[in-house]
Design a protein around this ligand. Structure first.
Ligand SMILES: [Zn+2]
Length: 282
């Protein structure tokens, strides 16, 4: 089964297996350890406490596969390309931030939705997804992992479900420097709007599609707010408030939490965990 063409490169591309610069994944061996599905479910649910959240999707085991798990593939979104890549690499479980069964979505199993599900079930792969619980987790969450990758202080969480973080920078920074840092570490050019001359001392951020938390960041006294996506209305609010908004990419800002979580699983059980990136320009 082939890997889908991935947007952006224009050429036939394969989701990238990230190794080397990422946490050191254990190599698969002859006697690769395996664990029960229930043990992995309990470990993840204990760490991430999904019951504390009212989310837009079910968190935890979303689709049941084989009962023994020796190899886990983690990734940002359970796209068809990622499901196929997981199947090709012999995964017993796929662990993602963006799973399936979103609130308000057409639930019928037809078209692309059928193909994703059919591919997963055909390979007997367990699908685990953690959305908000993985954004906010204080050790392995997307927000703290993004801060670590960018060399920011971890700051304090605030807002609904603690989804936003804010840090005071010891040295104020300029918008241009912040944009270059994001470009350098995330490999994607951010879009900055608002007062681009404003020195940034109080920096707020929330990974993903959190552009509508800009008002919360303004209310909390932020000089700049970094998230993934941007809407038309975001520009006007940034301009009129004088606060800087930087859209650094939804996928780009959410690649790190699931890798930290995967590393936790590898450390806890000694099973093989591998991150596969299915790049997304948004
Ligand atoms: Zn997201």
């Amino acid at each position: 089964m082939g890997i889908d063409r991935v947007e952006g490169s224009g050429a036939e591309a394969t989701p990238r297996v990230v190794q080397g610069t990422e946490p050191t994944w254990r190599a698969a061996g002859q006697n690769t350890p395996a664990i029960d599905r229930t043990a992995l479910s309990e470990f993840l649910d204990t760490l991430l406490e999904p019951r504390r959240f009212s989310d837009y999707c079910p968190n935890g085991l979303q689709a049941e596969g084989k009962s023994r798990i020796a190899r886990v593939v983690c990734g940002v979104t359970a796209s068809l390309a990622l499901v196929k890549a997981a199947a090709q690499s012999g995964a017993d479980a796929l662990l993602v931030h963006h799973g399936w069964f979103w609130r308000g979505e057409d639930p019928r199993v037809i078209g692309p939705r059928r193909e994703r599900l059919a591919t997963l079930l055909a390979h007997d792969i367990n699908l685990y997804a953690y959305h908000l619980p993985l954004d906010v987790h204080p050790d392995v969450g997307n927000n703290v992992e993004l801060a670590r990758r960018l060399g920011w202080p971890l700051g304090e969480s605030f807002g609904r479900d603690g989804l936003i973080r804010m840090a005071h920078l010891e040295q104020p920074t300029e918008v241009g420097s912040l944009a270059r840092l994001l470009q350098d570490r995330l490999g994607q050019t951010p879009l900055a709007v608002g007062d681009l001359n404003r020195p940034i001392r109080r920096l707020a951020w929330c990974t993903g599609a959190a552009q509508d938390f800009l008002q919360d960041a303004i209310d909390a006294g932020a000089d700049a707010f970094v998230s993934g996506e941007i809407s038309e209305r975001t520009t006007h609010l940034a301009r009129e408030s004088g606060v800087v908004y930087l859209a650094a990419g939804h996928h780009a800002t959410e690649r790190f939490g699931v890798q930290a979580l995967g590393q936790r699983v590898a450390d806890a059980f000694g099973i093989e965990v591998r991150f596969i990136d299915d790049p997304n320009p948004v």
